[in-house]
Design a protein around this ligand. Structure first.
Ligand SMILES: [Zn+2]
Length: 73
């Protein structure tokens, strides 16, 4: 049950949990934003996505990512 927040979880595994978006949060300005991941390769993992993201607010590259909409409809 807790594996959903593992940084090694892949897009394919998130889809199995019904997750098609992730919450990204900038560690510099703390701005959160939703990132759709459904178009990414199924083997891409959460840690890789976080490394690739750039904050749209401040341009910061230190971004935290966690699966969104778990347990919601
Ligand atoms: Zn930022």
């Amino acid at each position: 049950m807790s594996s959903i927040n593992n940084p090694a979880i892949t897009v394919g595994e998130m889809k199995l949990h019904g997750v098609e978006k992730i919450w990204a949060t900038c560690s510099q300005c703390r701005r959160p934003w939703l990132v759709p991941v459904e178009f990414l390769p199924a083997t891409t993992n959460l840690a890789t996505i976080a490394k690739l993201m750039i904050c749209p607010n401040c341009g910061g590259r230190s971004v935290m990512a966690s699966p969104a909409s778990v347990g919601r409809d």
